[in-house]
Design a binder for this molecule. Sequence first.
Ligand SMILES: *Cc1c(COP(=O)(O)O)cnc(C)c1O
Length: 393
Amino acid sequence: MKKKIYLDYAASTPLDPKVLKEMMPYLKKEFGNPSSLHSFGQKARAAIEQSREKVARFLNSKPLEVVFTSSATEANNLAIRGIAENAQIKGKPHIITSLIEHESVLAPIQELEQEGKIEATYISSDSEGFVKAEDVVKSLKANTVLVSIMYANSEIGTIQPIAEIGQGIKELKEKNPSLKAVFHTDAVQAAQFLDCNVQKLNADLLTLSSHKVYGPKGAGTLYIKEGVSLNSLILGGGQEQGFRSGTENVAAIVGMGRALEEIQNPRTHIANIRIRQLRDKLIKGALSRIPNSFLTGSKTKRLENNVHLRFQGVEGKDLLLALDEKGIAVSTGSACSEKTQEPSRVLLALGLKLEEAASAIRITLGKYTKAEEVERFLKTLAPLVEKLRRQDV
Ligand SMILES: *Cc1c(COP(=O)(O)O)cnc(C)c1O
């Protein structure tokens, strides 16, 4: 059996050994509760605060503005519910988002809408998945409390003009000081590749996930700009400045800090250039070898590691399973919709037909991807697509 090939880095990344090493003491002898006053507790407390400083350096924020959660899903829920339920405005709070957000943004917004607690505007994107800054800014109203637009799309890799949206909202608020809108961006997929400086982005809230950047599962971050107030989802001992009660996952938090520190190392920049070259080789190789194949999203403004391809007459799910039999792991889009087996909501929002949306696979590369693996993927892909097409008729 040949070595397996993992090409699903957008779903989760392997743990970097440097990160694991930093976590180990907190899985073993440094087990204290960070809220305890004795030395066991204080060791754990210090580790959390050091990690918070690392995350703050990554975001160019203050450490106090970094709140650790259990996941990016929780951070997104905290941002959305926390702002909506804290809204101090006349009338119903209004939230602006896009049709192509992650489920962990859309689901809480839709639930708040169904509960009658908010009204929502869903901005559509163009066929490459771009949301226009202008469309977002002109949707702001007197009762808008939150704008949530993701930095880079997890399925098709399209990079949104987040700095431009942030600037537009800021300018509008300067003109109308009564506007209360807070700007949130889900930067989970962007973190490895794009500038997450919250000052430059003019973001008030920003979400990160540890296990998408070579850190462990079980840690996420919500950046909350000083002065922004929101309700917490989980009440109890008042950890994380009251924003997130519950004893901290010390080892995972330490790992998340170390993982984000690694992104700031120049070697990440070099690794990202290599990933982009492999990505371009993969796209060119697939499109040139396989007739009636298409790239979804933008050719230029897409994440360095994202490839999203469609093969006419092929079910993406069948191709995924056939590739898996050959030891190659890809995705049909988001891990969540793979389970429900529904056509990708994101792809339909781009204007693709049902059968087009069902014909897609997502291939995402990472820092451990080798050139030989891309070669072997391409060699395996073409005959499989051909075989599936023949079976279909
Ligand atoms: C994976 C992902 C999430 C959820 O992150 P978890 O930490 O797994 O909950 C949120 N947003 C985007 C864009 C993602 O890719």
